[in-house]
Design a protein around this ligand. Structure first.
Ligand code: SAH
Length: 339
């Protein structure tokens, strides 16, 4: 017995000497098994296999949309599932990443909010989604990821520390070496954390899911904003832009009979004053039991025309991956296998 303890201590000390190699296999080459770490002795590999576990996330099912979008159902070590979406176009390979299992916010038009919050993702679970989609993109298109958007399941700013730790690793030149301008954190608008991003010098892009600049309407479609008045949100955005020179993106769905009037447009123009923004008018993606509808083209064109009068950059965004429920707001583990 003493011999056994003694041997294990020796192996553990040898393991410490090889920590760098093990780390490189796991984090740079994405290896999930000690057995495949060929530059480490067989004896040490067996010792590691017996005594340690590599907790990486795994792609469970991957579905492909007719437009090429790939929705990956990602299994976590505790068997929870999340979704991570790869959006390929000619010149971009974008990874849409989740930050929580479920979501604690209650945006009425979003499928993820209906599943409620289960837990925050760990920083490794966030990094792994990017790591695996980078591999997937290299395998399928011979090209690495070009962009990362935190627009999957969950509210990234309510899992601030883990999201920022993952972002730092994604940007670290010895890992993926991403530039901050190719990473976008999308938030429903949590002022305290928007200010924290500025104070912490986080240089990524920021997108705000605004959807209405009229208090009473926003409260109806995003009830949690009852506690976050628009002027508090705006103040935090002005603060963010005083520290980060990038343009802000405002995400905005024009819903039929909800925010498709001229007064909605003027409220939005007023909100944009004093901010450097670009506006993405995004298509509403239908969700199960959803009561919302896209506004007609005339209303959307009117938004565009009026905003352009004020020199606000406007893009009308068509959604991708709708046929497999992979589009914005549709992520709710529908491809889930029950076990
Ligand atoms: N919680 C974060 C990120 C997840 S949602 C946020 O709110 O920004 C990513 C984007 O999808 C947000 O702009 C969100 O408002 C939008 N979205 C949610 N449900 C949608 C739906 N059914 N159709 C289109 N976009 C939706």
């Amino acid at each position: 017995m003493f011999y056994c303890i003694y041997l294990n201590i020796i192996f553990f000390l040898v393991f410490l000497l090889h920590l760098d190699q093990v780390y490189n296999w796991i984090w740079k080459k994405g290896i999930h098994s000690f057995d495949l770490m060929t530059n480490i002795s067989k004896e040490l590999r067996s010792f590691l296999e017996l005594n340690f576990e590599i907790n990486r996330v795994k792609f469970d099912i991957s579905q492909k949309s007719i437009d090429g979008t790939i929705k990956n159902s990602v299994r976590l070590n505790d068997n929870n599932l999340i979704e991570a979406v790869l959006i390929p176009t000619n010149n971009r390979k974008t990874a849409c990443v989740s930050s929580q299992v479920g979501c604690s916010l209650n945006c009425e038009f979003c499928a993820t909010s209906k599943m409620k919050i289960i837990r925050n993702l760990k920083k490794e679970e966030i990094f792994d989604q990017v790591f695996l989609m980078n591999k997937q993109s290299l395998n399928l298109y011979n090209k690495p990821l070009t962009n990362i958007v935190f627009m999957g399941m969950g509210e990234p700013l309510l899992n601030y520390n883990n999201v920022i730790a993952a972002v730092n690793k994604i940007m670290d030149p010895s890992f993926l070496g991403f530039s901050s301008s190719r990473i976008t954190i999308s938030t429903s608008g949590i002022p305290k954390f928007i200010k924290k991003l500025a104070d912490d010098g986080v240089k990524t892009r920021l997108a705000i899911s605004l959807h209405s600049a009229r208090e009473e309407i926003r409260k109806k479609i995003m009830p949690f904003t009852t506690k976050i008045p628009l002027n508090t949100l705006k103040e935090s955005l002005v603060y963010w832009q005083s520290r980060n020179k990038k343009k802000l993106t405002l995400e905005y769905i024009v819903f039929d009979s909800i925010n498709d009037l001229k007064e909605d447009i003027y409220a939005l123009i007023e909100f944009c004053k004093g901010l450097r923004v670009k506006l993405n008018l995004i298509e509403y993606n239908p969700i199960e039991n959803g009561v919302f509808k896209n506004a007609n083209n005339k209303a959307i064109e009117l938004y565009k025309k009026e905003l352009m009068k004020y020199k606000i950059t406007v893009t009308i965004r068509k959604s991708r991956g709708k046929d497999i429920n992979a589009a914005c707001g549709q992520l709710v583990n529908k491809s889930r296998k029950f076990f």
